[in-house]
Design a protein. Structure first.
Length: 264
């Protein structure tokens, strides 16, 4: 086998992490990416490769060697494929970086639970849960690099892990009107988020694309599931997202039809 093959969803934050890391290392062409359509049943050959799991991305190294889980794949690429080091090389700094990365799961989950919520009365509770994570990040960043922009002196592995999640939270801006409140407890994380979103290595997706593809999440249906009354997922490849209108924002009141979303 030649290049490692990564099966992925281009708009998935866990896949974008790998794309960002490869850009930072100058290794984008060393891996072959193959797109998986999550609106269709998984190919049996892919399920065999993944040993029955459907989470993406997965990396096929050949000779029966398969890696799963985005953070595991990132570590493998960092350690095995050469290029400039993105993770911290100093042992203490690497530990701090890993400590920050250890919080990415609950951070991402809070954002997804917020956008998928359809109980208007619960929206403030969901928002508050996400803001707790932002406040923790702000304090953490300020403690370890006061007055700086990133966790350390440059966009590193922690930023590669978090940036795709913050980009997905564009759906919170669109569907929930979410923004970080003013106040000193968010000053540091706001500057960090802005710098991460603007970084040249992290431009694989756009605001409009996230908003359009993730509409079904906004009405409580994730991972290619169909909302009530619909026949086509917002994650479909056909018609492609640039040809669709921006979705309606009234997620608490109704579910938009296939026609409204430009899916037919």
């Amino acid at each position: 086998m030649g290049k490692p093959v990564v099966y992925h969803i281009p708009v998935c934050p866990f896949s974008q992490r790998l794309e960002i890391l490869l850009e930072l290392k100058g290794l984008r062409d060393t891996i072959e990416f193959r797109v998986v359509d999550i609106t269709k049943p998984r190919d049996p050959a892919l399920l065999e490769l993944s040993r029955g799991t459907t989470a993406l991305p997965i990396m096929d190294l050949g000779d029966g060697r398969v890696l799963k889980e985005s953070l595991v794949i990132l570590r493998y690429v960092e350690e095995a494929l050469g290029g400039p080091k993105v993770a911290r090389e100093d042992a203490y700094e690497r530990a701090i970086e890993r400590l920050m990365i250890a919080r990415e799961g609950p951070f991402g989950m809070a954002g997804y639970l917020y956008v998928m919520n359809r109980d208007r009365d619960a929206s403030e509770t969901k928002k508050a849960a996400l803001l707790e994570h932002y406040a923790w990040l702000s304090d953490f960043l300020d403690h370890h690099n006061p007055g700086g922009t990133f966790l350390f002196d440059r966009f590193g592995l922690a930023e590669a892990v978090y940036t795709p999640l913050m980009m997905r939270f564009w759906f919170l801006d669109y569907y929930e009107g979410f923004d970080l409140p003013p106040g000193p407890e968010y000053t540091r994380v706001r500057a960090w988020q802005e710098a991460c979103l603007a970084h040249p290595a992290a431009q694989q997706v756009s605001y409009d694309r996230i908003v359009k593809l993730y509409y079904d999440y906004a009405v409580g249906a994730g991972n290619g599931a169909l909302p009530d009354g619909r026949t086509k997922s917002s994650f479909t490849f056909d018609p492609d997202w640039p040809d669709r209108p921006m979705p309606p924002r009234d997620k608490y009141d109704r579910i938009a039809s296939d026609a409204e979303l430009g899916l037919v």
